[in-house]
Design a protein around this ligand. Structure first.
Ligand code: MEZ
Length: 506
């Protein structure tokens, strides 16, 4: 082991990264930073230096780990013969429930919490049932930012176009319209509740770019925006003890319909005392998150332990159509070394600020701000097809993410300031990311699609709503950075308000 924290066998490659750094920085500055150069323009520049990398490089969109077809098939195989059935015994139990509520929300992450707040504002009583603890959710894991277009420099129109292009034009346009139009309101709402967004010295919101964005639109809170949003939403929900009941460690195992086919409630399973709880509800919101913890195709993951696709299965069994599940999202930059941090999210924000992926020879091979599917596919191609990856002593492979670039472009000590949590984690293992790059490889990050909903989060079952990662359509086949934190708030709020109205009419 060398002084630097990286094993001796990686030192030769590290030296090449250092050797090429000043040349790359010069080029980055000449290009007036990546945010002024579109990926297509960048490919042309890159082509001049590495004729074999472009322009076909961007056409690898559909290779790599996106094997969603298989997932769709696996799901259908597992569930074959079972959908559309509500067992009789459970129907009867609905006649003598253990708990009555107006709105039952299944899931206690960002979407479920936003929904709970908006529903309770309408004066109905709300129950939030969570599989783990309230706030154990992917919301907590998001790091880099939340998107919202600020006029006049940006507009919801550009936000729409970026997300539509990033999603390969497969997004549901009505959902996307709702997402981009509600975005500025959501930022205001979150700030009013107490979210500490990063500010410029003049007090205006700091805004950054992200992969696939044509404008600076990312609102951040160091590298902890998800944790910050979840902190505030959870506090807000827990402060409403008289209006919102929280049941922790109570996953939902079945949704119940009444005799008219309208939602009637759900069966929860209390993990503490191993008892079933029959909840009768006038409206139900599924906010269970995605399936990212299932380690599809053996990939490491950024996801929390509870992200096991429960809501997808519950909804599917009631016949709710699934959409955009063909491609799972792999975040391009998951940690590879140290071993203990396998798959850990290295936020896209580092590439926004100038960090760039380079191969074992210290060569660039892609624009740092491609949409995630392109960036991941290019990294996988570099490692697997071109043999230009860096192999660790235990046989794991990755490319370098040259983070000292950030300090050199933006000013001394920037990595330490903006990547506060990651800086310390690496430091613990003897790696100073203001001096040395990080070793990275794509990591399973997000369920792009899910249950079909309309712009109010309504599913085809009357009274049953879905919001957040469990639902599909808004991001199409590939989500852009920062649109998930936005999605959970926009559709959590919409589903919460609409579910309360539905409940009041019953
Ligand atoms: O939206 C995300 O997935 C996100 C903010 C991730 C990140 O890179 O920080």
């Amino acid at each position: 082991m060398s002084k630097s924290g990286y094993p001796e066998s990686l030192q030769e490659s590290l030296a090449k990264v250092r050797e090429t750094r000043s040349k790359r920085i010069k080029l980055a500055k000449k290009q007036r930073y990546y945010d002024r150069l579109s990926p297509n323009e960048y490919q042309k520049v890159l082509h001049k230096y590495h004729p074999d990398y472009a322009p076909e490089g961007r056409k690898v969109l559909k290779v790599g780990p996106n094997k969603g077809d298989l997932l769709q098939k696996e799901l259908s195989d597992i569930l074959q013969g079972q959908p559309w059935i509500v067992p009789d015994a459970f129907d009867k139990r609905l006649k003598s429930p253990d708990l009555n509520t107006d709105v039952l929300i299944i899931g206690g992450g960002g979407a479920g919490s936003a929904a709970a707040l908006l529903a309770s504002e309408q004066g109905v009583n709300v129950t939030v049932a969570t599989k783990l603890r309230h706030g154990d959710a992917n919301t907590m894991m998001a790091e880099g930012g939340i998107q919202a277009a600020d006029l006049p420099y940006d507009s919801p129109y550009y936000h729409f176009l970026d997300a539509f292009g990033g999603g390969h034009f497969t997004n549901d346009k009505n959902l996307l319209r709702a997402l981009v139009l509600d975005a500025p309101l959501v930022i205001q709402w979150l700030e009013t509740l107490g979210v500490m967004f990063d500010k410029e010295t003049d007090g205006t919101m700091k805004e950054l770019k992200g992969g696939g964005l044509c404008r600076r639109r990312m609102h951040s809170s160091k590298d902890m925006i998800g944790m910050e949003i979840m902190r505030v939403l959870r506090d807000e929900v827990q402060n409403k003890v008289d209006k919102i009941k929280i049941l922790e460690f109570c996953p939902a195992v079945e949704l119940l319909l009444d005799e008219t086919g309208t939602i009637g409630g759900a069966i929860l399973y209390n993990l503490d005392n191993q008892e079933f709880i029959v909840v009768k509800a006038k409206a139900v919101i599924l906010a269970t998150g995605g399936y990212g913890r299932l380690h599809l195709h053996g990939f490491a993951t950024t996801n929390h332990y509870g992200a096991t696709g429960d809501g997808l299965v519950l909804g599917y069994r009631l016949g709710i159509p699934l959409r955009n599940l063909k491609y799972a999202q792999f975040h391009p930059t998951g940690a590879v070394f140290p071993e203990q941090s396998a798959g850990m999210l290295i936020t896209e924000k580092v590439r926004t600020l100038g960090a760039e992926p380079v191969n074992c020879d210290g060569e660039r091979f892609c624009h740092p701000l491609e949409p995630r599917d392109v960036e991941s596919a290019l990294i996988i191609r570099e490692c697997v097809e071109r043999g230009k990856g860096v192999v660790t002593p235990t046989g794991r492979v990755g490319v370098w993410l040259d983070s000292p670039m950030i300090d050199m472009i933006w000013g001394e000590g920037t990595v330490e300031k903006v990547l506060a949590s990651k800086y310390l984690q690496f430091k613990r293992y003897g790696i100073d990311i203001s001096q040395e790059p990080m070793l990275i490889f794509p990591t399973l990050h997000y369920q792009n699609g899910g249950l079909s909903i309309n712009e109010w989060g309504e599913t085809i079952i009357p009274g049953l709503f879905a919001a957040g990662e469990v639902s599909g359509g808004v991001h199409g086949d590939n989500r852009l950075m920062g649109n998930s934190l936005l999605d959970i708030n926009v559709f959590g709020r919409r589903a919460g308000a609409k579910a309360a109205v539905f409940a009041k009419k019953r």
